[in-house]
Design a protein around this ligand. Structure first.
Ligand SMILES: *[C@@H]1O[C@H](CO)[C@@H](O)[C@H](O)[C@H]1NC(C)=O
Ligand SMILES: *[C@@H]1O[C@H](CO)[C@@H](O)[C@H](O)[C@H]1NC(C)=O
Ligand SMILES: *[C@@H]1O[C@H](CO)[C@@H](O)[C@H](O)[C@H]1NC(C)=O
Ligand SMILES: *[C@@H]1O[C@H](CO)[C@@H](O)[C@H](O)[C@H]1NC(C)=O
Length: 145
């Protein structure tokens, strides 16, 4: 009887793990963790650590609460070339240098296309230096988390 119960529990645990793996909930992710979205910051490691992103995950861009020099805009660049060269023609402003104050603002990754994020302040100085920019590539929610 004990063996039956253990076996039953084992099957139950297996089913729960399978269910969680297949039906993962979209995440809400604070960009840059506690330091938020700020000027002169390298987000490459953060982006790697938080990958893979999944469809319908939400990114929260939150600016540093008590610093006007570090707060900056967020643009969505149209493609990888514009991301690399910091060509902002055709870029879409997602949030200006004050819209991320307080609780920040949200961007839902609801398209299966790469999202190229960068800031434009200082004549694109950070972008050209490889700072305050990152790519998020959402994948479908099936498969591993
Ligand atoms: C993403 O959200 C949209 C709109 O809420 C929904 O229709 C769609 O099924 C979701 N996609 C996934 C993969 O969860
Ligand atoms: C305010 O600035 C101080 C020092 O620069 C920093 O340690 C602190 O985390 C900041 N507070 C907020 C809410 O950003
Ligand atoms: C930023 O956007 C907000 C809301 O749209 C607007 O009220 C504010 O004037 C803008 N600030 C700048 C510096 O453009
Ligand atoms: C940013 O961080 C990544 C990963 O640690 C590193 O490879 C890259 O050289 C850094 N870029 C800059 C501009 O510091």
């Amino acid at each position: 009887m004990d063996a039956t119960r253990i076996l039953a529990q084992g099957v139950f645990v297996f089913l729960v793990i399978t269910y969680v793996g297949a039906e993962r909930e979209p995440r809400t992710i604070l960009v840059g963790d506690s330091q938020g979205w700020q000027a002169g910051t390298n987000y490459t490691q953060w982006a790697i650590q938080n990958s893979p992103f999944h469809i319908n995950d939400t990114l929260v861009f939150k600016y540093p609460g008590n610093s006007t020099t570090l707060a900056q805009s967020v643009y969505l660049l149209p493609n990888q070339w514009s991301y690399i060269t910091c060509e902002f023609r055709g870029a879409k402003l997602l949030g200006n240098a004050t819209e991320g104050d307080g609780e920040g603002f949200k961007v839902e990754l609801n398209q299966l296309t790469p999202y190229y994020f960068a800031s434009a302040e200082g004549n694109f100085y950070d972008c050209i230096a490889g700072l305050s920019k990152f790519i998020a590539v959402p994948s479908t929610s099936s498969g591993s988390s």
